[in-house]
Design a binder for this molecule. Sequence first.
Ligand SMILES: C[S@@+](CC[C@H](N)C(=O)[O-])C[C@H]1O[C@@H](n2cnc3c(N)ncnc32)[C@H](O)[C@@H]1O
Length: 338
Amino acid sequence: MVKPRVKHPRTKHKSVAPKFPVSEDNPLGIDTSPEVIELESFVASDAPPPTQFTPVWQDPEHGVWLYRGNCLSIMDRIAERYPDGVFDMIFADPPYFLSNGGITCHAGRMVSVNKGEWDKSRGPEENHNFNREWLARCQKVLKPDGTIWVSGTAHAIHSVGFAMQQLGFKLLNDITWVKPNPPPNLSCRYFTHTTETIIWAAKSAKSKHYFDYKLMRQTAGGRQMKSLWPDYCHTNEECVPDSMEIMPPANGEKVHGKHPTQKPVALLERIILASTEPKALILDPFMGSGTTGVAALADGRRFVGVELQEDYVAVATNRILDSLKQSHGLFAAPAERH
Ligand SMILES: C[S@@+](CC[C@H](N)C(=O)[O-])C[C@H]1O[C@@H](n2cnc3c(N)ncnc32)[C@H](O)[C@@H]1O
């Protein structure tokens, strides 16, 4: 169902960097006018923010462009500008559709599972339509040999996998990430949820995707890396090499603010190193706190992030600035809050 268009006052957003024209050095200058359009559908809020087609923060020299708005509109604009695709890889951690009043346990206390408006389910059909819509746009903006990774739990990941099959992606792997120290199940009526699935797929059946087999083998202690992270199958827990463990985000990853579904940088680093070469251009259409950007820049890749919520864009910008400072020794001015 398409929501009726709602008029919103133009909000003033300042960019920390000047507007930029499209050029070889600046391949993502998708718009130089401060155009603001209304969001239409698929945004789980009655008062959506305007989508900006100029980045709210950018550093073309180090390959970073951050946009605030609906990723559907932004990807449409990118696809118009780059009809043959422009991204080498996409990582997407879309809404899980699980914020429907349930409870969970956090730090020993009973808390609501609700993450925000953006995570509310609108029923299986609408949720699936949404997944198809954003995945179709991802497919358009991927280069012919590009790949996409999508993470999720049972609430959304089966729909994502089915939509990928409907759209003609080539499914490469489904990774099971075992999260250490999962919260206990308070109801005692189910098994404790402890895994997340990450589907890896290529743009089409013809894609010749990139995979750094050697590096992954080395990371797995000299054996082929399996799709179970970490691999507890053929060894006991003590034998799992440290390089295989992926812990939840440490406190140091939350110094600029918290995101309810923040991914660990180590998970994104594994994904980026496995599937991209240095300088690759990576998109995260559901950027959240910017974890993909932090990992991409730390590994010498370039990054485009899109996020709906202003406060998360601010967290992401500051985290990415820190990452740039660390990897390039930069001391840029702190990101302006929007
Ligand atoms: C599951 S979280 C991503 C968390 C992220 N991986 C991290 O490490 O912080 C999904 C994010 O997508 C944003 N979002 C939801 N719908 C969106 C849309 N249509 N366009 C852009 N961002 C959206 C939400 O505000 C939320 O921050």
